[in-house]
Design a protein around this ligand. Sequence first.
Ligand SMILES: Nc1ncnc2c1ncn2[C@@H]1O[C@H](COP(=O)(O)OP(=O)(O)OP(=O)(O)O)[C@@H](O)[C@H]1O
Ligand SMILES: O=C(O)c1ccc[n+]([C@@H]2O[C@H](COP(=O)([O-])O)[C@@H](O)[C@H]2O)c1
Length: 212
Amino acid sequence: MGLDSGLARRPRVGLFGGSFDPVHLAHLALARSAFAELDLDELRWQPAGQPWQKTGQTGRVMTEGRHRAAMIELLIAGESGFVLDDIELRRPGASYTIDTVRAVAAAAPGAQLFLVIGQDQYARLNTWNCWQELLRSVTLAVAARAGEAVSAPAALQGFEHDMVRLQMPAMNISSSGVRASVSRGENIRPLVGDAVAEYIALHRLYETTHEY
Ligand SMILES: Nc1ncnc2c1ncn2[C@@H]1O[C@H](COP(=O)(O)OP(=O)(O)OP(=O)(O)O)[C@@H](O)[C@H]1O
Ligand SMILES: O=C(O)c1ccc[n+]([C@@H]2O[C@H](COP(=O)([O-])O)[C@@H](O)[C@H]2O)c1
């Protein structure tokens, strides 16, 4: 055993899950903020296969996973430390983050895991599957959303957990807003960047969306 073996730095891995339907520039800003502020070795973008809270009750149909993944690849091309991880697209059934965390932890024992989310998801984290185990397994990294400063929701108060506030200033961009803009024929380049806007136009995504 080497003299400094007890001092080895644990790999710091960020998990960034989302519907990403489509991915947009606030996602990129959030990922960059997390990567820099948390001193991550790697940030994994993990598009959800079946985001059950978005599809379950409403019956909303997600854009095919291959399109959502392709748009992420375009957006993160050239960003060092960012990887597309299709673990949730390959897993059948509802996408539960706890299953992903268990799988990543088993594959990378010793890694410190950071779960990157926006305040809207932090506010409802107690509705997630096995949320208490999840909170014991990761450090949350939370960003403000427009009109929603980072703040622990009442339902989590009294349940100790590690949480880091990200410094990223709130950005008023959402996937639902992008979908609505496309269906109105507006220019979405300022919301998603050129490459993703061109992909959406080429594949004629979101043109016939009726609910956002
Ligand atoms: N503008 C934003 N600022 C901070 N976090 C964001 C922003 N947009 C999305 N996120 C976070 O990114 C993650 C993935 O979000 P998601 O793919 O659902 O995008 P969305 O814009 O919230 O989508 P929708 O409008 O369809 O609900 C979530 O944790 C969400 O809170
Ligand atoms: O694990 C759960 O039960 C759970 C419930 C709601 C959301 N999530 C995850 O949170 C991430 C953001 O979700 P969304 O709906 O904002 O795209 C995405 O990876 C979802 O799979 C996870």
